[in-house]
Every structure is written in structure tokens, then in C-alpha cells.
Design a protein around this ligand. Structure first.
Ligand code: MN
Ligand code: MN
Length: 416
């Protein structure tokens, strides 16, 4: 018997016992959570039934969208998108796809790009209007960035490391090792597009050759060798060692003082509880990261990123591993719950309340990103426990003993 038929026959059994009445949808949902999503809707005349078409694969990944919790209400705009739905631009040396304000219209602060470079391949020398924050998801890369004072930063980044390139500073990324790399880029402009950057190849292709000859001190024959089209992502040989590359540009005398890379995954957790870990990187521990703050969150099975909000920014999330669900709360009594899987993007409007619950049986890992200098959050629990108990009783009908059970300090990640 297929899963669907199995569940349908169990549902019929429930119907015979008059267990599944019109008002029992939520109960049935709870009873069958983890089973086939649309089979929950097979009951005859069930108000939530869906006898017409459905995208079964999509619904299985989004049970809380298919059958919202009874507490959900109204529309708050999109809070979910996936890189796996975005157009993938495939080049000879790798690929790129992006989730911007075009895909998530309320995300005006940040946009994201997911990029792959094979071993030796370059993301061409370029610069752009937005600040660039990046997290290495797989493999390793060599990055370079030039400061206005003529000093240069060259470093290698590995899985779990990040880099930050301020707007306008020219930089490069090259895949290393046996299989190159894959990384997430986050830009502090909602409409930022990876296809809209200043490329060195296009500049020389669109400058009169006699001007290039004068500027570079090159002969016309040499100028004729310059590229006529964009390179963007293209294959090349692996570079020399980091030490050799640093030496070949002039060594210590031209080395940047500013550190543009950071080992995020390897750092000690900012907060560690029985429910998981949080690592926060912002301008306080990584001074280069002036306009983007980030939290790398791990939530154990059964755990939850507690009910909270961020007083200073909207939140852009990237899901790295595991399964989770988030409900976003907005005025006036609106709430939306969505499910999140690896490679999905989540969005929380500025100051909107939310939690993220691990709904799987493996660690849930995600990045929460903010267009701000300093990561800030407010815990609902912490707020309640910083109020006179009588005030809490008047609002929430809880007696003093119940109030004392609520964690007094911000946990970030809870477990029960
Ligand atoms: Mn860039
Ligand atoms: Mn948050």
C-alpha cells in the first residue's frame, strides 16, 4: 500500500469514529504530522480538502504552508524563497544564481547570491556599489582586495570562513584545491545583482585603444591582446602558494593592515545552550564588517530559536542544513508559518516577531543576516522576566509561580 493510501485508510477509520469532524483539522494535522501532506486532506467534505491539482513535491516540503497552524492569520507578504528556484547562470568555470528583491520584494536591505567556482576558476576582477559579505559553504578560495591607499589583502578562505569587501573596493575570488568552492554572497542593497558589477574586462573593451595605450604605457599590439568581452566566471590555472602570491606583489610593504577575512565557524560560540549554539560576527569582533551583521545558528533536534525580534533591522536568512519552520508575527494579529530546508532563503520584516523551530531529526543550521553595524535582538522571555510579576499577570493571566518558570535570561536557542 502506498503512503497516501495508508494514510487515507487510517483517515477513513478516524471518520467512522466521527473523530475527524469539520473542526478537528488541526488535531488530525498533529496526529499525522510527518506523514504525507496531501493525504491529510482526503476526508470527504473536509473543509481543508483539496480535490483539485496540487504540487505534491512542493507541499511535502512545506506542510505548514499547505495546512497552516490554526494560529496563522492573514497575509504578511513573502517570507520564503529558494535558490533552487532561481535562474542558474552556468559558465565554463562555475555558476551563479541570486535571490534579490525581485524574488522577495519586501527584502529592501539585503540580497543574496550563491556561487560555484571550479578549481582555478575566477570570479573576474570587479567592484560594485554594495558592500559584499560572504560565507564559504564548500571547499576553498583565494581572495584579493585593494585598498585606496594602495595596500592589498590576499588570503585563502575555507569552509566556514567569511570575507567582507566594502563597496567600491576592487576584488577577486579564485577556486582552490581539487574541486574549487561554493559560497554565499550577501549584499547590502535589496536590488543588487551579480550581473550588474564593474568588470575589468568590460572597462578595457569599452575604452578607446589609444587611451589604453597611453594609460598602461603599452604598444598598440599589446593593447590589441586585451579582452573584447566580459570574462565574469572563467577557468584558469591554480595559483601559486599564498606565501608566493603575497611576495610576488611586493610583500610586507604593500600588505593591507585591515583584515577582510574571518573564521566564523571556527570561533567559540557567542552563546551555547542545551538547545544549540549561536556565533555572532559584526563590526565589534570583525571591524571590516561595518554594514552587515551575521549570526550562524545551530539548533539541535527538538530545539528552537526562541521568540524574539531585532530592534534595528530586517532579517535575511540562508538555510545551510536540516529542517525548520518559522512563524513571523506582524500587526494587526497577522502571522505566517513556512517550512525551510537547505538552500532556502527566509525573510523577516524589520522588528517583526519570530521563532525558528527545528522540525527535523538532524541539526538545523542557518545564517541570520542584518544590514546593521551591530547584531541586536530582544527576547520575549527576557522582556517578560524584567517586568514586575503583577504587570505580567495583568497581561498574560499567569500567576507568580508560572511566571518564574519562564527563562529570565535570553537563551537565543532553547530546548525542551
Ligand atoms: Mn563582488
Ligand atoms: Mn531573528
Amino acid at each position: 500500500m502506498s503512503d497516501i493510501k495508508k494514510v487515507a485508510s487510517v483517515m477513513d477509520e478516524f471518520s467512522r469514529r466521527s473523530f475527524l469532524g469539520a473542526g478537528s483539522v488541526a488535531l488530525a494535522t498533529a496526529a499525522f504530522s510527518g506523514l504525507t501532506v496531501h493525504a491529510q486532506q482526503q476526508g470527504k467534505n473536509d473543509p481543508a480538502s483539496n480535490p483539485g491539482q496540487e504540487n505534491d513535491l512542493l507541499l511535502r516540503e512545506n506542510p505548514n504552508s499547505n495546512m497552516p497552524p490554526a494560529t496563522d492569520k492573514g497575509a504578511i507578504g513573502p517570507i520564503w524563497y529558494s535558490f533552487d528556484l532561481a535562474h542558474k547562470r552556468i559558465e565554463k568555470g562555475g555558476w551563479t544564481h541570486e535571490v534579490t528583491q525581485r524574488e522577495l520584494p519586501p527584502s529592501t536591505d539585503l540580497a543574496g547570491v550563491n556561487m560555484r567556482l571550479t578549481a582555478g576558476s575566477f570570479r573576474e576582477l570587479h567592484w560594485h556599489t554594495a558592500d559584499e559579505w560572504a560565507f564559504m559553504l564548500y571547499g576553498s578560495a583565494r581572495v584579493t582586495v585593494l585598498n585606496p591607499d594602495g595596500t592589498v589583502f590576499i588570503d585563502d578562505v575555507n569552509k566556514g570562513d567569511l570575507w567582507y569587501f566594502p563597496a567600491g573596493l576592487p576584488h577577486s575570488i579564485q577556486g582552490l584545491g581539487q574541486d574549487g568552492c561554493e559560497f554565499l554572497l550577501v549584499f547590502d542593497e535589496g536590488h543588487f545583482s551579480e550581473d550588474n558589477t564593474f568588470l575589468v574586462s568590460e572597462w578595457v573593451a569599452h575604452t578607446p585603444p589609444e587611451v589604453l595605450a597611453k594609460n598602461f604605457n603599452l604598444s598598440p599590439e599589446e593593447v590589441a591582446k586585451l579582452p573584447k568581452d566580459e570574462l565574469y566566471i572563467f577557468p584558469a590555472d591554480l595559483p601559486k602558494s599564498l606565501v608566493e602570491d603575497r611576495a610576488s606583489v611586493g610583500g610586507k610593504s604593500v600588505e593591507a593592515q585591515q583584515q577582510y577575512t574571518f573564521k566564523m565557524e571556527a570561533m567559540a560560540p557567542t552563546k551555547k545552550t542545551a538547545g544549540g549554539e549561536v556565533r555572532v560576527v559584526d563590526s565589534r569582533n570583525f571591524p571590516a564588517s561595518k554594514n552587515i551583521a551575521a549570526g550562524l545558528v545551530m539548533v539541535k533536534p527538538g530545539g528552537m530559536r526562541e521568540l524574539h525580534w531585532h530592534p534595528n533591522a530586517s532579517e535575511w536568512q540562508f538555510y545551510i542544513a536540516g529542517k525548520g519552520r518559522m512563524t513571523v508575527f506582524m500587526p494587526t494579529g497577522r502571522a505566517r508559518t513556512m517550512d525551510f530546508n537547505a538552500n532556502d532563503v527566509g525573510f523577516v520584516p524589520a522588528v517583526a516577531g519570530h521563532y525558528i523551530e527545528n522540525t527535523g531529526d538532524t541539526d538545523l543550521v542557518f545564517l541570520e543576516m542584518f544590514k546593521t553595524q551591530e547584531f541586536q535582538d530582544i527576547s520575549l522571555n527576557n522582556w517578560i522576566r524584567r517586568l514586575p510579576p503583577e504587570m505580567v499577570t495583568a497581561h498574560l493571566n499567569l500567576d507568580a509561580a508560572s511566571i518564574r518558570k519562564i527563562p529570565a535570561e535570553k537563551q537565543e536557542v532553547l530546548i525542551r
